[in-house]
Design a protein around this ligand. Structure first.
Ligand code: C2O
Ligand code: CU
Length: 455
């Protein structure tokens, strides 16, 4: 991209005055789960029956400022039990939303639960059920939780792009084949329709010279995205809500649960159009949407380099002195699947054992000492991708798929290629029982999870 500084007329301060999302908290304080209907695909298809927070998919964007307290009352008007998990937030264990481990389920037909906790980190987070989540998330239960920096970078617009996919029939109804063994033992339930913020993405209107912060969230239960922005060179400024040194990328890869904050500088010509392509699955690349420039003259002629976000107050693990552990993920089609006679419907293992999603809290796989540094090797002995997510903490990704990650980045989910491995390091500084699981939710439901105790 040409970085033409000569024409740069608008300073950061002036940028802050440009139209952007209000800072004030715009999210509602009550989340009510109920069936709803929404136009996911356009005419001639009918609206789709979904499950929704406050009647909309995605649920409302909840915006807070770093350091504020979140207090949200959840009311469950669905006919099934649920919980709300606040993905990526370092919160007290009792607020983590894991049924039978950190709280009782929020009962069907009117159960209530109030979540209340402080928000230590700025960044892009999200919320979703942690009970029957392979079905509940696939039916539309998810939303963004945005924690604003105390000194946010100047941008013209700050937008959330929540990506998800659906398995629809010809009448645009959700196919109710949840948890079928075919999906569960392979790549998970990959849909046939991808939506952006709950609708088919067609075109995204921009003005030349705009600087846009895009917060990408992968809310799919199984689909991995690999996005490229033709004609543009966006910067990545945060991954999983945690700041990284701004860098350009060709393709941003997001496994389920993962997020990326981008700075998209609209440096192309007025009136031009450009495709955003998802090419993660080769042979099955498709156009997610078109970036459509208005004819207006550019808002500015050039862009300063993307700003670096201030780091969150996350403890730095001492990698060299960390206590080391190894966790092996196995099973799946073409792998060592658990015996179906003993473990019906369980296809995946953690250190040789499948852990069912429902029922009693499993015994901890690891017990960690509070305040100590740990380095954990996550070994994927399967033929499938797994985005492995740890609750209550963020970790340094030390290596991924055979390569050291430099500079180290913080994350809460690491995507591991088939027959590959990753190493993570973190300070076990949040007491409680925390889930460690694959965020392909059909894998989680069929054995691929564990509990890590910080005592
Ligand atoms: Cu986003 Cu345990 O989950
Ligand atoms: Cu998995």
């Amino acid at each position: 991209m040409k970085m033409d500084r000569r024409g740069f007329l608008v300073t950061g301060a002036a940028l802050a005055l440009a139209p952007s999302l209000p800072f004030a908290q715009t999210g509602t304080r009550i989340l009510r789960l109920a069936p709803a209907s929404q136009r996911l695909v356009g005419a001639p298809y009918p609206a789709t029956g979904v499950w929704a927070y406050n009647g909309q998919v995605p649920g409302p964007v909840l915006r807070f400022r770093q350091g504020e307290r979140l207090r949200i009352e959840v009311e469950n008007a669905l006919a099934v039990d649920t919980t709300v998990h606040w993905h990526g937030v370092r919160l007290p264990n009792a607020m983590d939303g894991v049924p039978n481990l950190t709280q009782p389920p929020i009962a069907a037909n009117g159960g209530r639960f109030t979540y209340e906790f402080a928000l230590p980190d700025a960044g892009t987070f999200w919320y979703h059920p942690h009970l029957g989540s392979a079905e509940q998330v696939a039916r539309g239960l998810y939303g963004a939780l945005i924690v604003e920096e105390r000194d946010p970078p100047a941008v013209d617009r700050d937008l959330v792009w929540m990506l998800s996919d659906w398995r629809l029939d010809r009448e645009a109804r959700i196919r109710a084949d949840f948890g079928n063994p075919m999906d569960a033992s392979h790549a998970g339930r990959i849909g046939n329709t991808v939506t952006l913020n709950g609708a088919l993405g067609e075109s995204f209107a921009v003005r030349a010279g705009e600087r846009i912060r895009l917060r990408l969230i992968n809310a799919s239960t199984a689909r991995i995205y690999g996005l490229s922005f033709e004609g543009h060179q966006p910067w990545v400024i945060a991954l999983d809500g945690q700041p990284v040194a701004p860098h350009w990328f060709e393709r941003v890869v997001l496994g389920p649960g993962m997020r990326a904050d981008l700075i998209l500088d609209c440096a192309a010509a007025p009136g031009s159009r450009h495709r955003v392509i998802d090419g993660f699955y080769r042979q099955r690349a498709y156009e997610l949407l078109k970036i459509q420039y208005s004819d207006e003259k550019p808002l500015r002629d050039g862009f300063e380099p993307a700003p670096r976000l201030r780091a969150n107050p996350v403890a730095q693990p001492e990698e060299a002195r960390a206590e080391r552990h190894r966790i092996v993920f196995g099973g799946g089609m073409m792998g060592a699947m658990p015996s179906q006679r003993e473990h019906r419907g369980m296809f995946w293992t953690v250190n040789g054992k499948p852990v069912p999603e429902h029922g009693h809290a499993p015994a901890p796989l690891l017990t960690l000492a509070r305040g100590k540094s740990y380095a954990i090797e996550l070994v994927n002995e399967t033929s499938w991708h797994h985005p492995i997510h740890l609750h209550g903490h963020v970790f340094r990704v030390v290596s991924q798929n055979g390569k050291e990650v430099l500079p180290r980045q913080f994350a809460d989910t690491v995507l591991i290629d088939p027959d590959s491995r990753a190493e993570i390091a973190f300070v076990a500084d949040n007491p409680g029982d925390w889930m460690l699981h694959c965020h392909v939710l059909e894998h989680q439901a069929s054995g691929m999870m564990a509990v890590v105790r910080v005592a």
